[in-house]
Design a protein around this ligand. Sequence first.
Ligand SMILES: Nc1ncnc2c1ncn2[C@@H]1O[C@H](COP(=O)(O)OP(=O)(O)O)[C@@H](O)[C@H]1O
Ligand SMILES: [Mg+2]
Length: 234
Amino acid sequence: MGELIRFENVGKIYKTGDIIYEALHDVCLTINEGEMVVILGPSGAGKSTLLNMLGGLDAATSGKIIFGEKEVTALNDRELGKFRSEDVGIIFQFYNLIPTLTAMENVGLMKELGIDIMDPLEALSLVGLEDRKNNFPSQMSGGQQQRVSIARAIAKKPRLLLCDEPTGALDTNTGKEVLNLLQAQSRVHNRTVVMVTHNSLFAEIADKVIYVKNGTVTDIVTNENPKDAEEIVW
Ligand SMILES: Nc1ncnc2c1ncn2[C@@H]1O[C@H](COP(=O)(O)OP(=O)(O)O)[C@@H](O)[C@H]1O
Ligand SMILES: [Mg+2]
């Protein structure tokens, strides 16, 4: 597995008026192609901030971020926008689907924005929802809505799939289906998947676990034999 992402002494400071808050301090890490990575830490630790840095959604205040051949921290706004739209797919806790669009329209939306994606129906079939293509979000369960959001994220075949608490609003069984799909993205499709969670059980399904606390990476652990998503219980 080749290296996809490298952080060298990355820091992030938020300024709100006179208040300065250091959300990330001196983060060093590497993530490989096809790896399933879990970022684990308590609420307020800096996990979402770290995820935003990984996907170029927000700029680091210090340090260097390398993605493949690109130095993300050296890109201008236009190049950064291109990087985000081509290389990064994102899945949120509350799905972020557009309520007035059907499942298929939600998945196909990026084509309207000029981004090259696979056939939306093919993307829906990858998450087992082709028969729901004409349903609106309100006509689907939380688990189904999250699967639509996964279809939307993978439709552009991103090199990096970022997930921020993707099962946070789901019960165990539907959450597990979502974890299964994400793990398959890494194992079957060799896509790099990075998932933020505060649920320490999810560490067991990861190839690599990055522990975050008070804005610092406290430990990075590699699992030789990660569990199947089906095997964990919470
Ligand atoms: N845009 C922002 N402006 C100011 N402070 C922020 C901003 N985003 C996050 N923070 C602060 O940074 C810290 C880490 O936040 P976050 O990365 O969201 O943590 P987590 O995802 O682990 O719960 C928190 O204390 C939060 O209040
Ligand atoms: Mg968060």
